[in-house]
Design a protein around this ligand. Sequence first.
Ligand code: HEC
Length: 104
Amino acid sequence: MHKKDWRLALSLGVLAALPAAAPAAEPNLMGRNIGVTCFGCHGTDGRSQGVAPSLHGKKAQEIIDKMHTFRAGKDPEATIMDRIARGYTDEQIRAVADYFANLP
Ligand code: HEC
């Protein structure tokens, strides 16, 4: 399946799984869909198993700032995040940062 098709299928699946009386807060589907792609290195829910730093428990603004620094190529220590961050817009970075910052 094409990557975009997969993402669409995932968001449709998540929508279908929502209960009829959805909670008042809008689910952050964009953040979730992007966030799960970070789990491979940062651990499920951002709880790292040692490959990359944990994202769980970080404030959204900290994640946003780091992503912008990576994307601008301004973190000399970056081994991979400089390349990964380039794939995301400001809106997507905010969404994924909010997703990790609000995980229980
Ligand atoms: C291929 C593995 C990999 C993936 C996938 C990945 N990361 Fe990373 N991440 C790293 C590594 C390794 C570092 C440490 C910096 C470096 O070496 O680039 C890091 C560092 C970070 C940091 C800085 C954390 C800190 O405490 O300094 C943030 C924020 C971050 N990643 C966010 C993300 C987000 C959001 C995603 C998903 C869109 C993601 N990463 C996907 C490997 C990954």
